[in-house]
Design a binder for this molecule. Structure first.
Ligand SMILES: Nc1ncnc2c1ncn2[C@@H]1O[C@H](COP(=O)(O)OP(=O)(O)OP(=O)(O)O)[C@@H](O)[C@H]1O
Ligand SMILES: [Mg+2]
Length: 298
């Protein structure tokens, strides 16, 4: 799975369905096929290292032949992000509104969702390195709602960057006007902050485009009615947002699953493909066990 053309492979789904396990197993399978693969977690409650039975850190570390893995440091990502936004705001906005902006930023930094969104920022950087440094990037996402937010993030951030750029343009125009009054140079200098904001916006737009063109999202589900209902909604929202859905993975399938649910899964997802992973007696962690749970067609 994910061995087809698309270099970015995401796993999503409800809490506890097996996203981390499948992300690790798929990354390993891709690496075994000779593709240089990076697997990272964007769930601040990392468990990728547990799945791979190895200790992971902020920077990608080689964990097997052709396989690198990382659990990016969410706190450090939040600090970097707040600093970047604060620096931009200081440079672009009038001094008198900065205390209010600062209060808002402090509040946002401590608020829910900031760690996820900072990790997504980092994902945007990582995406730029694939293909290139790696052939495939496999992403172990936080539960579904978050995956959707992440895929929309570039669109959400663009108005903020545009707003800052507009403010800055006004200030630059005023400076140029003043410079003109006292006979300053006729050839305007490029403004470094505007250049930076423009570059950042272009980077986000590129990421949004790539999420639609180069990524496949695999939803993981269990053969249970409630999980199916939620997966159904997630699939619809993702497709509406323009994302490519790869085959779903029906995980932890017991010896005799509820036939009605399996039938419902078939009729809902059969056209895009269904892979199936048996329920194992032992937790599939570590390279050997992960290799053994490779999903098979239903
Ligand atoms: N096919 C399987 N057979 C047996 N156990 C499994 C199977 N798939 C996953 N598990 C186990 O189920 C638990 C949940 O799996 P995992 O952590 O991969 O889910 P998740 O969707 O990433 O969870 P979270 O939403 O908390 O991140 C783990 O203990 C994992 O080892
Ligand atoms: Mg997980």
């Amino acid at each position: 799975m994910g061995a087809g053309g698309r270099p970015l492979v995401f796993f999503g789904g409800k809490g506890g369905v097996g996203k981390t396990t499948l992300a690790a197993a798929t990354a390993l399978a891709l690496a075994d096929r000779g593709l240089r693969t990076l697997v990272i977690s964007t769930d601040p409650a990392h468990s990728l290292g547990d799945a791979l039975e190895t200790r992971l850190g902020d920077a990608p570390r080689r964990v097997a032949e052709n396989l690198w893995a990382a659990e990016p440091d969410a706190d450090a990502a939040v600090r970097r992000r707040v600093k970047q936004v604060t620096d931009d705001a200081y440079a672009a906005l009038p001094r008198e509104i900065m205390p209010a902006v600062q209060r808002h930023l402090d509040h946002a930094a401590a608020g829910p969702g900031m760690a996820e969104s900072a990790l997504n920022d980092l994902l945007v950087d990582t995406m730029e390195r694939v293909p290139g440094e790696w052939d495939r990037l496999v992403v172990d996402s936080a539960p579904t709602g978050h995956l959707l937010k992440m895929l929309h993030m570039p669109a959400l951030l663009t108005p903020w960057l545009q707003g800052l750029a507009r403010q800055r343009e006004k200030a630059v125009d005023a400076d140029r006007f003043a410079a003109g009054m006292v006979g300053g140079s006729a050839e305007p200098e490029p403004d470094p902050l505007l250049e930076k904001l423009r570059a950042r916006r272009q980077r986000l737009e590129r990421a949004a485009r790539r999420l639609r063109e180069d990524a496949a999202v695999h939803l993981v589900l269990l053969p249970r009615r409630m999980v199916l209902a939620e997966t159904d909604r997630a699939a619809e929202e993702l497709a509406e947002a323009g994302f490519h859905l790869g085959p779903v993975v029906l995980n932890q399938v017991p010896e005799s699953p509820d036939a009605a649910v399996v039938e419902a899964v078939r009729s809902r997802f059969g056209d895009r493909g269904i892979r199936c992973c048996r329920l194992r007696d032992e937790e599939p962690t570590g390279a050997e066990r992960l290799r053994r749970i490779a999903p098979e067609p239903l």
